[in-house]
Design a protein around this ligand. Structure first.
Ligand SMILES: Cc1cc2nc3c(=O)[nH]c(=O)nc-3n(C[C@H](O)[C@H](O)[C@H](O)COP(=O)(O)OP(=O)(O)OC[C@H]3O[C@@H](n4cnc5c(N)ncnc54)[C@H](O)[C@@H]3O)c2cc1C
Length: 489
């Protein structure tokens, strides 16, 4: 019977606690370390405005492995009837509850998991402190909190999340006008003058949240979403049930035969998957080719496809939980090339926004209140505000909101000392594509000198090794695997 430490108490920790509490031989003790006031919710699902929605249908947001109805049942029990949600957003073809409601669900699952562990004889402890140091010790590890308290554990799982948007233009400082982190939007955006011009750095899901929140709050001034590529998330289509026949972990394992699977073969398997479902691969090729289409035209076109017959995009999105099995099999050169040339496209198409969100953005754009631009190459303070250059145009903004990507190393600032200590004690090594190296078979950290026994990682920290791992369906799959691993004799 093992003592397990979980560093970070957000969504990943809840999925792991649930899996541990369901295991046939539960752990002797679990200690969760979480310093923030967003226990179990993490940054994404904190209490916030209702216009900020989950970006997957509720059925895909269950945290119980193998039970896709778990979240829907919880919603129904609390009168968050999916029908009522559909009425609230007539454009949507599935339920996309507010993210804060998903946070309530995470809290309730965490409470139930702790009670279940307790009933089964496990000791559960919460330590509201940040871990700043970790090192291997005989058969386990020693963790040190920021107050200097030491904790021993047999196995340690890092669930430290993704951190905040990177301040790539060095705008943070004592002067007003710059919002370094837009969450919770209800608080971060509250002081913005409704007539001001707002530049949002980023055109991804976070930037979309900001635009929506400004729109819902009655902002009157112009809003610019600015990024290097100017690519919005795609619009999610009506969900379909599709069982993957070719794009499966087993198929890729067989293909690799202990070696590598080049990107061209991965694309070939995707083509087979679509062909066997009677779909035309050209639909996907068109979406990739139209990535740089005018963002508003692309948005309008994709909104017209919400009820479309083509299943190519929806099948591509269903391959996301399998990507963690395929990515480590690809040659480094191919992974590097894909990240450099196609990451924007893959992320936009595989992590789309709810249709009602797309429709609201389009309405803001048609009302002349929202512009989406690429080619962002500079933002600086100028006079009382800021000037930003994008697509060869200079925009003056009164307020700049940071809503772009995290730093390329993908280590959240709160976890930087911890990660440094793990590398210094040869328990971990940095991955050149971001985060720490992990071994896919075990989800264990890999040190330069080889694998070690006791440290595991779940979530965005594994990006370089496993690709897109932050979405809930992927976290649920990996949390179940890690629960098995840490409890194995
Ligand atoms: C804004 C946003 C919206 C998202 N929306 C969706 C969505 O709708 N659907 C979806 O599937 N996915 C979504 N995601 C992906 C999201 O990353 C996952 O769903 C999930 O929340 C990740 O959980 P996590 O535990 O990895 O990170 P988090 O939930 O962020 O939790 C990490 C926790 O670790 C703590 N921590 C960090 N360092 C330390 C330390 N040194 N010691 C102790 N604790 C520490 C932090 O305080 C934090 O609470 C979203 C992500 C973001 C950023």
């Amino acid at each position: 019977m093992r003592e397990i430490a979980i560093v970070g108490g957000g969504g990943g920790a809840v999925c792991l606690l649930d899996a541990l509490s369901q295991a046939s031989g539960p752990p002797a003790a679990v200690t969760v370390f979480e310093p923030s006031d967003r226990l179990w919710r993490g940054r994404p699902y904190q209490r916030d405005a209702d216009c900020i929605l989950v970006n997957l249908p509720s059925r895909a947001m269950s945290v119980r492995a193998g039970d896709t109805r778990h979240f829907d049942r919880w919603l129904a029990d609390r009168r968050w009837q999916t029908g009522a949600l559909r009425e609230a957003s007539p454009f949507d073809v599935a339920a996309f509850p507010p993210r804060a409601v998903f946070g309530d669900y995470l809290e309730s699952v965490a409470q139930q998991s702790m009670a279940r562990l307790d009933e089964r004889g496990g000791k559960v402890r919460l330590v509201r402190e940040r871990i700043v140091d970790a090192a291997p010790a005989a058969g386990g590890a020693v963790l040190t909190t920021e107050r200097g308290t030491r904790h021993e554990a047999d196995r340690v799982v890092l669930c430290i999340g993704a951190g905040v948007p990177h301040d790539g233009f060095g705008l943070d400082g004592p002067e007003p006008g710059f919002v370094p982190d837009p969450y919770p939007v209800a608080r971060a955006l509250a002081g913005i003058d409704p007539q001001h011009t707002v530049a949002v750095l980023g055109t991804g899901l976070t930037a979309v949240d900001v635009a929506l929140a400004l729109g819902a709050g009655g902002h009157q001034g112009p809003v610019f979403l600015l990024s290097r590529h100017g690519v919005l998330p795609a619009v999610r289509q009506q969900p379909v049930v599709h069982t993957l026949r070719h794009f499966t972990p087993d198929h890729f394992r067989a293909l690799s035969d202990g070696g590598e699977v080049p990107l061209s073969e991965v694309v070939g398997v995707l083509r087979d998957e679509l062909t066997s479902a009677g779909q035309d691969f050209a639909e996907l090729e068109t979406e990739f080719a139209l990535l740089r289409e005018d963002p508003v035209r692309r948005l309008r076109r994709q909104l017209d496809l919400v009820h479309g017959q083509g299943l190519g995009l929806r099948i591509l999105q269903q391959t996301l939980p399998v990507a963690v099995d395929v990515w480590p099999l690809m040659p480094y050169r191919d992974r590097n090339g894909l990240l450099r040339r196609h990451y924007r496209a893959v992320h936009s198409l595989c992590c789309p926004m709810p249709p009602s969100t797309g429709a609201r953005l389009l309405a803001m754009s048609e009302a002349g209140r929202l512009d989406v631009m690429g080619g962002l190459d500079d933002v600086r303070r100028s006079g009382e505000g800021f000037s930003a250059t994008a697509d060869g145009r200079t925009i003056h903004a009164d307020t700049v909101i940071n809503a772009g990507s995290v730093a390329p190393h993908r280590v959240p600032p709160a976890a930087a000392p911890l990660v440094r200590s793990l590398i210094a004690s040869s328990a971990a090594s940095a991955h050149p594509h971001g985060g720490l190296r992990v071994r896919r078979e075990t989800n264990r950290l890999v040190a330069d000198g080889g694998s070690q026994e006791c440290f595991y990682a779940l979530g965005d920290l594994t990006f370089g090794s496993l690709f897109i791992t932050a979405a809930i369906p992927v976290i649920v799959k990996l949390a179940r695997e890690i629960a098995r691993e840490v409890l194995a004799p």
